[in-house]
Every structure is written in C-alpha cells, then in structure tokens.
Design a protein around this ligand. Sequence first.
Ligand code: GLN
Length: 229
Amino acid sequence: SHLNINPNVKLLKVATDPTFVPFESQTINGNLEGFDIDLMNAIAKVAKFAVEFESLPFDGMISSLQAHRVDAAISGITITAQRLKTISFSRPYFKAGLAIAVRQDNQDIKDFNSLKGKKIAVQIGSTGADFAKTIPNAKISTFNSGPDFFQDLLNGHVDAVVSDAFATLYAIKNGKLKGIKVVENLLTEEYYGIATPKNSPHLDAINKGIATLLSNGTYKQIYQKWFNA
Ligand code: GLN
C-alpha cells in the first residue's frame, strides 16, 4: 500500500531484469538486490522520490520506456547511439564492456579474430548480440537471459558466449560458472546509464542524484559492497 507515502513525493516506476548478478537479481524471498538496486534506491533517497521496481525482460525494456509504461529502467543498460534515438539516458554510472567466455578446455578461441565461423551465444537485444553480428560467418544463438546461454556453452552447443564482462567475471569468481573461463575481457568500452523515456522530466533529478552519490562517498560504498574492491 502506498497510503503512508507523502502525496507530494513522486513515485517512479523503474524496470529491471533481475537475471544479471551482481547488478540485479532476486533473492529466495523474491526481493530484488544488487548494485543497480542499491544505486537506484540511493538516488531516490537524495533526489526525494519513491521507487517501485517492476521486473521486465531485458529485451522488452526499451519499448516499455518508449510506450511510457515505466518511468525509468536500471538494468546494466549500455548507453548506445542506437538506443539514444528512441530513449534518453542519465549520465554514465558504470564503466563496462563485453568479454568472450569459453569452456575451460578450449584452446582455439583466444580473441575476437578466432571467433570467425564459431557458434556463439548471446542475450537477445543486448550489446553482445549487436557485437556478435560483426563476427564473420558466426552462427549465433540468442537467449533470453544469462544463465541460459552459459548452460549452452557448458553443454557444448556453442563455442563461446559474448556478454558483459563484469557479470561473467563475477559469476566465475563466485563459483557459479564452473568450467568456464574468460579469454578476452573488456573487448568493448561501454558505459551503463539509467534509461528513461525520451527527454524525461525526471532526468535532471536522477543526474543530480548520481552526482551527489559520487561526491558524498555513497557510490563508493555501494561499489565496494558488490565488488569488494
Ligand atoms: N549491457 C548490455 C546491454 O545493454 C547487457 C545488459 C544486461 O544483460 N542486463 O545490452
């Protein structure tokens, strides 16, 4: 119930796809957690708006923003020129990039050039999927979420996965991706931003919120919590 929320406080509906550890995932109790979740809540606190998260598949997020079904989306979304044609982004809040992952015993895939003609798994609608299209003669399979394409790599249906480096490295480090290694890290330079409908009136508050968290140490705290760096 929102009855106890001050009616002068704006309530922003924020989309996220909680299949992207450690940025957004769902606990056993169904609660959302992760770097992006903490960041969005912290921005709301300093910018004085309330947040209601809505879980949506990554692939449908941009069209939901275009249709104004949600006010914003935070989901490790890379700021790209293509996406900027139809939606807006906050200032960048995380430096990211793609990585190539293969099975531990793979000897022949070492870099971008050795992906030619290989079977590659990517997430539908992701920057990894766009990148894979540039690999000559690659056979690309698309999946709805991360856990599924890594399963296909492990069972030998594909030779490599092209996906966000931090999420992949985090899963390997935490033992969730046994038998997989990264052969090329930060293949691309990308920046995550909070997405909104085009020219959203909330962008200014979101950007000021990010700036405040960067200068008051909160951003660093959240970063250390999830990446213990
Ligand atoms: N950063 C990638 C993109 O924007 C993938 C993000 C994700 O899977 N949540 O396409």
